[in-house]
Design a binder for this molecule. Structure first.
Ligand SMILES: Nc1nc2c(ncn2[C@@H]2O[C@H](COP(=O)(O)OP(=O)(O)OP(=O)(O)O)[C@@H](O)[C@H]2O)c(=O)[nH]1
Ligand SMILES: [Mg+2]
Length: 485
C-alpha cells in the first residue's frame, strides 16, 4: 500500500542535483541548500555526482527549468532534452495492464506555463553560460540515472522532466519522505509516514508511472508490490486508506497518553535540527543506548528515558525527530502526535550544532516548525552542541552572542554533568515547598510522596508523620488532595 521508491543499498545510483535560485535567495543559500540535499541523497543511497543551478523568477515552468538548462541536464542523463511528443494516455499508461491512467489534468497547466517559458529564455541563455556543472562532477562519461530537484515539483513537471531526461526524477520532499519510510520503526511512525506518502507521492507516481517502469526494469524503484498496488488504487481508495490510518493513529495516541501518566516525573524534551546531536546528548544524559548516527533523520520515533543520575522527582527526557528546512508539509502535519512529547514537556532543550556555519538558520527552521506544531511558546533552554569542534575563540564568541545558551560537547563528561545540573536547576526553580501531614494509618501515602516529590524532612508526631517536600505546584496540589482525602 505504501507508495515506495526505495533505492537499493548497493549500486549507489548517480544523481544530478538541481537548484533553482529564486530572486529572494542568494547564491550561497542555494549552494548550502544543495549541500544539504546532497547529504539527504547520500542518506538515501544515491551518489550525487553533479550540480546544476539556474536563476529563475519562479519554479512554475513546465519543466521548472528553462529549455536550455533542461538540455544541459539531459546531456548528463542521456535524455532527449525535450518532452516527448504527446502519446495517448493509454500508451503512456504506467500500469501496463492496458487500462488508461488516472485522469490527466496536466494539459492545461502545461500550456499555461509555456508562455512563461519563452519569456524566461533570455535569462536562461545568460545563465547557460554562467552556471557550470558543479565540481563534484566526475565528467560525463557515466550517465546519471537520477535527477534530484531541491524544491518540490508538481506531478506534471515530474512527468515532463522524466520524459526529457530519461532519468528518474525526484524532488526534495520525495527524498525526505523516502528517508522517513526507511527509518520509521514504530507502528506510529510507520503510519505517519504512510499517510504523508499517500498524500504526496501517490499523485506523483501516477503522473510519472514510476512504479510500473521500475517493475519492468527492476532498477531504482518499487520494491515488491507496494508501489504497484498504490498505482492501481483509485483516489477514493487512497482517501479511505488515509482515513483508516488516521483513525489508528488516534487510538495509538490515546494509548500513549495513558502511558504518559508518569507518576509525577518531570518532563524534558530534546528538539532541534536533524543531526544536531540530540540522540548523542540523550545517551550522555541518561546512559541509555539510543541510536546515534551521522545520517539525517536517524531518529524518527520518540524515545523516553530517565535522566541519570536520577534526581528526585525523576526527570524523563524524550528524544524526538529532527527538523529540516522545508520539511514536507504533510509530514509535519502527520508528526504532530510524535511531537506531542515535545509539546507536553515542561522544558525543551533546543539542541543546535554550534559547529554548523548555518546554525542560526537551523535554529530558525526548528523554531518555525515548533510554532506550527503549537510548541512555540514552550520554555526552552538553548543547547549549543558539538563544542569540541570549536576553538576557544569561537566558543567565546558564541557565548557572547547567546549568553543564555549552554555550550556543550557530548564528548565531555564535564559538559554533560554541567548540562545535567542546569536541567535540574531549571526544574528546581519551578518547584515550591510544602508541608504535608500523613497519618500513621495510611503509610502507603508516604511512599507516594517519596515517589513524586523531594522529601526535605520527616518528623514523627503523635498521630502521623509531618513531611516537608519540594515539588512542582501541580504535584503539591495533587498530594494535598490525596492526603486530605
Ligand atoms: N564532535 C562531536 N560530534 C557529535 C557531538 N554530538 C553528536 N555528534 C555527532 O553528530 C552526529 C549526529 O548525532 P545524533 O545524536 O545522531 O544527532 P540527532 O540530532 O539525534 O540527529 P537525528 O536523529 O537525525 O535528528 C553523530 O555522528 C554524532 O556522533 C559532539 O558533541 N561532538
Ligand atoms: Mg537522533
Amino acid at each position: 500500500m505504501l507508495p515506495s521508491l526505495s533505492i537499493p543499498a548497493e549500486g549507489r545510483p548517480r544523481a544530478v542535483l538541481v537548484g533553482i535560485q529564486l530572486p529572494e535567495y542568494s547564491t550561497e543559500q542555494v549552494e548550502s541548500s544543495l549541500d544539504e540535499l546532497a547529504r539527504l541523497c547520500k542518506t538515501l543511497g544515491l551518489d550525487p555526482v553533479a550540480r546544476i543551478t539556474q536563476r529563475r523568477p519562479s519554479t512554475g515552468a513546465a519543466m521548472a527549468l528553462g529549455a536550455g538548462k533542461v538540455r544541459e541536464l539531459a546531456r548528463l542523463t542521456g535524455g532527449e532534452g525535450v518532452v516527448p511528443s504527446p502519446v495517448p494516455s493509454h500508451r503512456r499508461g504506467s500500469s501496463g495492464d492496458g487500462k488508461p491512467d488516472e485522469v490527466d489534468t496536466s494539459t492545461e497547466s502545461t500550456l499555461l506555463v509555456e508562455s512563461e517559458e519563452r519569456k524566461i529564455d533570455e535569462v536562461d541563455r545568460e545563465d547557460d553560460e554562467q552556471d557550470e556543472v558543479g565540481d563534484d562532477s566526475e565528467g560525463e562519461k557515466e550517465r546519471a540515472e537520477v535527477v534530484v530537484f531541491d524544491h518540490d515539483l508538481t506531478p506534471t513537471q515530474l512527468r515532463n522532466l522524466e520524459g526529457a531526461t530519461g532519468a528518474r526524477v525526484l524532488d526534495r520532499s520525495t527524498v525526505i519522505l523516502h528517508i522517513f519510510q526507511r527509518h520509521a520503526r514504530s507502528r506510529e511512525a510507520r503510519i505517519q509516514v504512510e499517510i504523508a506518502s499517500l498524500k504526496y507521492l501517490t499523485p506523483r507516481l501516477r503522473a510519472t508511472g514510476g512504479g510500473a517502469r521500475d517493475r519492468q526494469q527492476g532498477g531504482i524503484g518499487v520494491r515488491g508490490g507496494a508501489g504497484e498496488s498504490a498505482l492501481e488504487l483509485d483516489r477514493r481508495r487512497v482517501r479511505d486508506r488515509i482515513a483508516e490510518l488516521e483513525k489508528e493513529l488516534v487510538s495509538l495516541a490515546r494509548e500513549a497518553s495513558g502511558r504518559r501518566e508518569r507518576r509525577g516525573a518531570r518532563t524534558v524534551s530534546l528538539v532541534g535540527y536533524t543531526n544536531a546531536g540530540k540522540s548523542t546528548l540523550m545517551r550522555a544524559l541518561t546512559g541509555a543506548d539510543v541510536l546515534v548516527d551521522d545520517r539525517l533523520f536517524a531518529t524518527l520515533d520518540t524515545t523516553v528515558r530517565a535522566l541519570h543520575p536520577e534526581p528526585v522527582p525523576r526527570v524523563l527526557i524524550s528524544d524526538t525527530v529532527g527538523f529540516v528546512d522545508r520539511l514536507p508539509h504533510d509530514l509535519v502535519a502527520s508528526f504532530r502526535s510524535t511531537l506531542a512529547e515535545a509539546r507536553e514537556a515542561e522544558l525543551m532543550l533546543h539542541v543546535v550544532d554550534a559547529a554548523d556555519p548555518l546554525y542560526l538558520e537551523r535554529l530558525a527552521v526548528t523554531r518555525r516548525v515548533l510554532a506550527e506544531l503549537g510548541a512555540g511558546e514552550q520554555p526552552e533552554l538553548l543547547v549549543l552542541s558539538k563544542a569540541d569542534r570549536l576553538d576557544a575563540l569561537q566558543r567565546e564568541a558564541l557565548a557572547a552572542v547567546h549568553p543564555e545558551a549552554i555550550v556543550v560537547s557530548a564528548r565531555s563528561e564535564y559538559d554533560v554533568a554541567a548540562l545535567h545540573g542546569q536541567i535540574v536547576a531549571w526544574l528546581e526553580r519551578a518547584m515550591v515547598e510544602a508541608s504535608l501531614f500523613v497519618p500513621y494509618r495510611t503509610p502507603r501515602l508516604l511512599h507516594v510522596i517519596h515517589e513524586r516529590a523531594r522529601v526535605l524532612s520527616e518528623t514523627h508526631e503523635a498521630d502521623g508523620t509531618r513531611v516537608t517536600v519540594r515539588a512542582p505546584a501541580t504535584v503539591i496540589e495533587e498530594l494535598q488532595a490525596v492526603v486530605a482525602g
